[in-house]
Design a binder for this molecule. Structure first.
Ligand SMILES: O=C(O)c1ccc[n+]([C@@H]2O[C@H](COP(=O)([O-])O)[C@@H](O)[C@H]2O)c1
Ligand SMILES: Cc1cc2nc[nH]c2cc1C
Length: 349
């Protein structure tokens, strides 16, 4: 599916399936809505899949991996080579997210959308890293659309493989700089408020990072009403591909889990292209980066986890699964009030 076809395929959640799912929860022998967000997630997933018999056991983490030309401005503590190193460790199973995938029972399917080196994962390189946005647009509009459509293609591949849920992740040194730029334009908030230390940065480095983002935004004047323009001028291949993954998931009725600040920025870009896509997103955790909470608020999402995490790769998204699993276990296997000889509770007001 191309971008336009995907946008046209996204429809509202299935209300009948959600109503059926709410009734199931209300019949379960527990105080009404006492499992809070665990119940809400199951109901939402019923609406996404159109099936109140919610099954989300077969899941995959998709980290989109890419480099960012803006790192030459000294906006990160780590060198660009770390992107390739961590990406290779996705394959060897030694990265934090790989270890967590094994721990929570999730497959992993990393995609190279623009790492500045040869790495042995699925190759969908748009280029060997973006251009330095402090000097020129990060990429062309055509490249941005190609990256978005790569995300859509990967969502289709995951559907084909039978995955019932997708966790988003990324790896790309410099991508908190691009995320802050994109988020500050889309949310129309000051760069200072949207920018943090990423994977570690001194106070002096943080000041430099803020100035670089301001300079790039002033230079290219991205159109806040055109998310593709924003992604192309001050974004990254990983952000664009993740936006496509959200859109593809929504079009294919697959729940997609938001991870940290980079993933939430991509979610915001996807929502700007199609507001209905938000309904197919599940929040997991609130990133320690300042833009994390602001983005989730604007997406209308309340994340269940506050763990002060900012590792990326999908590590926050993966931590949603144990919660979801306990909720689903109760949903599928617990007795109704009637089985315990009780009357069902009625809503009070
Ligand atoms: O997910 C987050 O909220 C998050 C916050 C800060 C850093 N990261 C990770 O750190 C890398 C980006 O940090 P930086 O400082 O190079 O922009 C990138 O590979 C992300 O996976 C991730
Ligand atoms: C080692 C390392 C691992 C990472 N994983 C995601 N971002 C990262 C940044 C660094 C520096």
């Amino acid at each position: 599916m191309n971008l336009q076809e995907t946008l046209e395929k996204i429809v509202p959640l299935d209300e009948a399936a959600m109503e059926y799912s709410r009734k199931r929860w209300d019949g379960i022998a527990h105080p009404l809505h006492s499992l809070g967000k665990l119940e809400d997630m199951v109901v939402q997933a019923a609406g996404m899949t159109g099936n109140p018999n919610v099954r989300l056991e077969k899941r995959v983490l998709v980290p989109m991996c890419a480099d960012n030309g803006v790192v030459e401005e000294g906006v990160t503590q780590s060198g660009q080579e770390i992107t390739a190193l961590v990406t290779e460790n996705f394959l060897s199973g030694k990265a934090a997210s790989s270890i967590m995938c094994r721990s929570v029972g999730c497959d992993m399917f990393p995609v190279d959308v623009g790492v500045a080196a040869e790495v042995g994962i699925l190759n969908r390189k748009i280029a060997y890293g973006t251009k330095n946005m402090a000097k020129e647009p990060a990429m062309s509009r055509e490249q941005a659309i190609r990256a978005i459509e790569t995300g859509i293609e990967v969502a289709e591949m995951m559907k084909e493989k039978g995955y019932q849920m997708i966790a988003t992740g990324e790896m790309g040194i410099g991508n908190t700089t691009t995320s802050s730029a994109v988020a500050s334009v889309l949310l129309e908030l000051p760069v200072e408020q949207m920018t943090g230390r990423g994977a570690g940065l001194s106070t002096e480095g943080l000041m430099r990072k803020i100035n670089v983002i301001k300079k790039a935004v002033a230079l290219h004047k991205p159109d806040k009403n055109d998310a593709v323009d924003v992604l192309a001028k001050v974004g990254g291949f990983d952000l664009a591909a993740l936006a496509g993954l959200y859109l593809g998931g929504a079009a294919l009725h697959i729940p997609v889990v938001i991870d940290g600040v980079i993933s939430a920025t991509a979610a915001m870009a996807a929502a700007a292209m199609c507001p209905l896509a938000k309904d197919y997103m599940l929040a997991s955790h609130v990133s320690k980066e300042p833009a994390g909470a602001l983005l989730l608020e604007r997406l209308g999402k309340e994340a269940p986890l506050h763990c002060d995490m900012c590792l990326g790769e999908g590590t926050g998204a993966l931590n949603l699964f144990p919660l979801l699993d306990t909720g689903l276990a109760v949903y599928h296997s617990m007795d109704d009030f009637g089985d315990w000889g009780m009357e069902a509770y009625q809503p009070l007001d």
